[in-house]
Design a protein around this ligand. Structure first.
Ligand code: TRP
Length: 364
């Protein structure tokens, strides 16, 4: 997979605060990464190109924790019959996309109770008016009508707990998660460290890594809308496990326009831009080179080339997925090992927080 890494650290947010963990960590110099995806239905190429492929690029040089955030998946209506299956299949897709379980910890959020416990503590420290500004909550609650749960409102604090438990240095996320990252930083800095630290900071202040290119994968039906799992129209996205037949059908039906030749920067042609972007990420070719090559190519021909590339790129992922999903023993082993490594770190942070915040501690 030849994708170039498309991330950059946001300069305004860079700050290298020391925390207790930096001292204790001592020997391992690798910076730590934490990220996750919700196990809601099938992962699509937007999740892959926007998130997972960047984790793959970062895993060698970082100590990497990757979470399947199933507690987040119940913040809107969900099917209990599917939750566990989707959780497993999401974990399997991480590996199928190239995450190496030998060097990364892959784990399921609900398996580590420290997430919920730290979430509660952070709830009590966070002013409600900070939460009322959350853009994603406003958007999602409109979609939910009058069925909006407290959990959906609390979603960003659970996410802050996910991140802060691991003393993460970096959190690779898409542009849409930037505000949640800022919230996590503010809670850690202003509501925990500033108020409760006696000397060294209690919590590490994480830095976002905002993934630029891949996080802008748009819907196949509307090049101005993000490709999304929650879009009711299946045809708006390509799932990682779609068969060649389905892929062919979806691309055939994907929205096009009446121009000749493919262009990237024409604001009137968001669909052309989107497919060129995806094609560039999949083929490893520069957009400018593609624009040149395809300046005289019509939609029909381009869609054929595009479809072939897509099928070709997804094939190895689908093959690895099939092997893994049919080997529950192996998958379970990966998740047990991931849990053990993650839980040790999470529990340590949680005890530190509880101790510094004044909770009763049992005599040993
Ligand atoms: N909210 C994230 C998303 O929708 C998922 C998520 C939950 C996450 N907890 C996290 C991402 C912690 C990074 C770190 O993309």
């Amino acid at each position: 997979f030849k994708q170039k890494t498309a991330y950059e650290i946001m300069p305004s947010l860079v700050g290298s605060e020391m925390c207790i963990r930096d001292r204790m960590k001592g020997m391992t110099n690798k910076k730590r990464i934490l990220s996750g995806v919700q196990p809601t239905g099938d992962l699509h190429i937007g999740n892959w190109l926007g998130a997972i492929s960047n984790w793959v690029a970062l895993q060698e040089k970082h100590e990497t924790f990757l979470c399947v955030v199933d507690l987040h998946a119940i913040t809107t209506e969900y099917d209990p019959k599917q939750l566990s299956k989707n959780t497993l299949s999401t974990a399997a897709l991480y590996v199928a996309c190239g995450i190496d379980p030998k060097i990364c910890s892959i784990f399921v959020q609900s398996q580590i109770s420290a997430h919920s416990e730290l979430c509660w503590i952070l709830n009590c420290m966070t002013p409600i008016n900070w939460m009322e500004r959350m853009i994603q909550f406003k958007e999602k609650s409109v979609q939910q009508g009058n069925n909006v749960s407290i959990g959906l409102f609390d979603y960003p604090i659970l996410m802050a707990a996910d991140i802060l438990l691991y003393d993460a240095d970096y959190v690779p996320v898409g542009e849409d998660q930037k505000q949640h990252l800022e919230l996590a930083r503010d809670i850690a800095q202003q509501r925990i460290n500033a108020k409760f630290s006696k000397g060294e900071n209690i919590l590490k202040i994480p830095q976002p890594i905002i993934m630029k290119k891949g996080s802008k994968i748009m819907s196949l039906n509307d090049g101005s809308k993000k490709m999304s799992k929650s879009d009711i129209n299946e045809g708006s996205r390509i799932n990682l496990l779609d068969t060649p037949e389905i892929i062919t059908k979806k691309i055939k039906r994907a929205k096009s326009d009446s121009y000749m030749g493919m262009e990237f920067n024409n604001p009137e042609r968001p669909e052309s831009r989107n497919l060129l972007m995806i094609y560039s990420l999949l083929s490893g070719k520069e957009v400018s080179e593609l624009e040149n090559d395809l300046s005289q190519t019509g939609w029909g021909t381009f869609k054929k080339i595009f479809t072939e590339q897509l099928i070709e790129s997804l094939k190895p992922i689908q093959e690895r997925y099939q092997v893994l999903i049919n080997d529950p023993y192996e998958l379970n082993k990966i998740l047990i090992e991931g849990k053990e490594k993650a839980e040790a770190v999470a529990n340590k942070t949680l005890s530190r927080v509880k101790s510094e915040l004044g909770f009763f501690e049992m005599e040993k």
